[in-house]
Design a protein around this ligand. Structure first.
Ligand code: TXA
Ligand code: MG
Length: 337
């Protein structure tokens, strides 16, 4: 196990960043330039933790092959150890060293990668991802992110990076570098700032280990689009809460401090309204024009903003179609007490 911040000294090479790190005890934030990405790759080689923007949410990356680094990652996130991590690759070639990627899974990856689709596959014997990152499973979750910073970091590093969302376990996922610094800043070595994540909600996770493939987590890719593309109905786990192999899907997850009331037509006296569509009196609106992609992109940022200011949040109904399935899934978990 690493002592805290083993890489901070190598990571910080200018006086001002050193001062910043020591004064505030938060990780340095650097604009994600090629130089910063090279420095991040060095930190990762030394077993450090780097927050990196992806198109979905910010991830907290470590070398997937380094169990000490993975252990430190679990520790910083406060993550239950049975919860395995997604390994991020830079394309099918790297993916095939880690997993058996063939048939419908290869077809899906060919069309939807890079992008917000995570595939759960049989792990390959040649794989570098350590057991701890896979939580001892003989399967592995792989994703090729389309965000250029995440893609370039994997490429410059030269191997798979495991990266959960860069939030303490069970809390709202971060969509800006500032979110990461606020929630996890003092546990990590460098935050690469690549602006706000455009999708704003985690990847859709589909297991191709069985037949038919199974939707483990609805997310940034509309499952219906994948179903049409593959001409298949994805299986859906009957009881998610009973199934720790299903993604981090404990009943209460993504939780704000405020109490949430879902499917609210309007706010009660002690509530603020997080709207969707053309509703009156909303303190914030996920998408005034009722666009689900826009709502997904705004979800975590608006929840976070309201959560810091109010104790009770009423939320407009979100249609259970397209990305609405993922949004409602996150909202149900956030509302569970
Ligand atoms: O968009 C995303 O997927 C983000 C960005 C950073 O890539 N990552 C993310 O990771 O959401 P995380 O760790 O917060 O969620 C990954 C989920 C976990 O809930 C875990 O249970 C599931 O993936 N998972 C990982 N390996 C698995 C496996 N072999 N079988 C089933 N589920 C798996
Ligand atoms: Mg997460």
């Amino acid at each position: 196990m690493y002592a805290s911040r083993p890489c901070a000294q190598v990571a910080i090479d200018t006086a001002s960043r050193e001062a910043q790190a020591h004064e505030t005890m938060t990780a340095p934030v650097q604009k994600a330039t090629p130089d910063a990405i090279a420095e991040a790759a060095d930190i990762l080689r030394r077993g450090g933790l780097v927050a990196v923007p992806t198109e979905t949410v910010y991830g907290l990356a470590v070398d997937a092959a380094n169990p000490d680094a993975v252990a430190r990652l679990y520790e910083v996130k406060g993550r239950p150890r049975f919860n395995p991590l997604i390994a991020h690759v830079n394309g099918p070639e790297m993916a095939k060293r880690e997993a058996v990627l063939e048939g419908a899974a290869a077809f899906a990856a060919g069309f939807y990668w890079p992008g917000p689709l995570t595939l759960v596959l049989p792990a390959a014997p040649s794989g570098r991802v350590c057991d701890l990152a896979r939580a001892g499973l003989d399967t592995i979750a792989l994703r090729h992110p389309s965000h250029s910073v995440a893609h370039d970091l994997v490429t410059v590093f030269g191997g798979p990076l495991v990266a959960p969302s860069a939030n303490p376990s069970g809390r709202i996922s971060p969509v800006t570098a500032r979110d990461v610094a606020a929630d996890l800043g003092d546990g990590i070595d460098l935050i690469l700032d690549g602006g706000r994540c455009p999708v704003g909600i985690e990847s859709t996770i589909v297991s191709f280990v069985g037949d038919p493939p199974e939707l483990l987590r609805p997310g940034g890719l509309d499952p219906a689009a994948l179903e049409r593309f593959l001409s298949v109905s994805l299986a859906r786990p009957g009881d998610e809460t009973a199934s720790p192999r299903a993604p981090g899907q404990l009943a209460r997850h993504y939780a704000p401090n405020a109490q949430l009331r879902l499917n609210a037509v309007s706010a009660q006296a002690d509530e603020v309204l997080l709207g969707f569509g053309p509703v009156a009196g909303a303190s914030a609106n996920l998408s005034p024009r009722g666009n689900l992609a826009e709502a997904a992109a705004n979800l975590f940022a608006m929840l976070r903003w309201l959560d810091g200011r109010h104790e009770r949040i009423a939320i407009s109904p979100i249609p259970q179609e397209g990305l609405g399935e993922a949004i409602n899934d996150r909202l149900r978990r956030a509302a569970a007490r």
